[in-house]
Write a protein that binds this ligand. Structure first.
Ligand code: NAD
Ligand code: GLY
Length: 359
């Protein structure tokens, strides 16, 4: 087992990465608060892993809530169901919420834990590649609003993250590829050696070769842990984790939540960010080619869907958490392995990028 620490003073916590961790009850026991545990999962993950997790929790008074599956259910209405169940039992303030599932479950269960009785303990048990490398780490929790993705939420750190890589065995190919988009992101924003490693080893990660998969997860988590430790609440450097996300969120919201996977939208968004970076003279054509080539080998989109026309795209991009006083800021690439957050681009360059991406 590998342990990566997220250093946040009294809110510090470990990320455990390895095979068979769901069965190790002693790991969870170290981080559970109280004797009451609410497991939040969904209808797809429950038949696969809920029993195994509950066996590890046999010393606790457990309840579970099984939510409908899908990004379209990441809503305030579904969040209300979690509160209803917590109150029906009722769970006290001295309880622990465990999120068992992908990023949708992690974001919702984390937000429920942040709000229930003004905050109870929670643990992330991510079961998708995307959740193991990104969403379970760093304490961003949220639900979507019809007008914008992840617009209602809180920063709230888990007590630990338990990433059992065996759970990825049941993940379908498309979801694995979507998770790889966020892995590639770390290479692009701050870790050129990792980007180069991915150019050489992407096929092994996609083939779920255990050592390649674990290396990719560990390196991603180390990058994320360092960024979060430096800027927990995104007042500065943490924003670079959103490479491709302003474009990507416009795609997700524009198409309707769930039509494209989050990682797919981020991949197309990273290709657009690379294109705009080239227009600013920061990336060469060869470097943009490396980005597009890796995305292609990962089986990820490199273009936005045609269904979203330019005016709509710009309108959707304006609803972004990086917008300050109406000014759109984007994460772009100064060079491969070095991201910056900037508003220093002309709107005609941005429009040219959108034109190119949506044809
Ligand atoms: P997801 O949670 O929808 O999971 C993808 C699919 O895989 C779902 O159908 C799920 O039921 C299924 N699944 C999960 N684990 C499985 C397993 N082991 N075997 C088989 N099927 C499994 O999607 P995701 O890609 O994990 O997460 C995307 C969400 O994460 C988005 O809502 C995004 O906004 C959010 N996100 C949050 C952060 C953050 O910092 N909080 C970062 C990145 C993404
Ligand atoms: N996924 C972006 C962040 O955690 O900041």
């Amino acid at each position: 087992m590998i342990t990566v620490q997220v250093d946040l003073q009294e809110r510090s916590y470990p990320i455990y990465i390895g095979r068979g961790l769901l069965k190790q009850n002693s790991l969870l026991a170290k981080h559970i608060v109280g004797s009451e545990v609410m497991v939040v999962t969904n209808e797809t993950v429950a038949p696969l892993y809920l029993d195994t997790l509950l066996k590890s929790l046999k010393d606790y008074r457990c309840a579970e809530i099984i939510l409908p599956d899908g990004e379209q259910h990441k809503t305030l209405a579904v969040l209300q169901q979690i509160f209803d169940d917590l109150l029906k039992v009722p769970f006290s303030r001295h309880c622990t919420v465990i999120a068992l599932g992908g990023g949708v479950i992690g974001d919702m269960a984390g937000f429920a834990a942040a709000c229930y009785q003004r905050g109870v303990a929670y643990i992330q048990v991510p079961t998708t590649l995307l959740a193991q490398v990104d969403s379970s780490v760093g304490g961003k929790t949220a639900v979507n609003h019809p007008l914008g993705k992840n617009m209602i939420g809180a920063f709230y750190q888990p007590r630990c993250v338990l990433a059992d890589t065996d759970t990825l065995d049941t993940l379908d190919e498309r979801q694995l590829r979507a998770g790889l988009a966020e892995v590639i992101k770390y290479g692009l924003i701050r870790d050129i050696d990792f980007f180069t490693w991915l150019e050489e080893h992407a096929s092994e990660v996609l083939a779920r070769e255990p050592s390649a998969l674990i290396h990719a997860i560990e390196r991603s988590c180390r990058n994320k842990a360092e960024i979060v430790a430096a800027d927990e609440r995104e007042s500065g450097v943490r924003a670079i984790l959103n490479l491709g996300h302003t474009f990507g969120h416009a795609i997700e919201t524009g198409l309707g939540y769930g039509a494209w996977l989050h990682g797919e939208a981020v991949a197309a968004g990273m290709a657009m960010a690379a294109d705009l970076s080239q227009r600013l003279g920061w990336l060469s054509a060869t470097e943009v080619g490396r980005v597009l080539n890796l995305l292609e080998r990962a089986g990820l989109p490199r273009h936005s869907p045609e269904a979203i026309h330019k005016a709509r795209f710009l309108e959707l991009m304006a609803v972004d958490k990086k917008v300050i006083d109406g000014c759109l800021r984007l994460v772009l690439l100064r060079q491969l392995g070095q991201a910056v957050v900037t508003d220093g681009f002309d709107s005609d360059l941005l429009e040219a990028t959108i034109d190119k991406a949506t044809v």
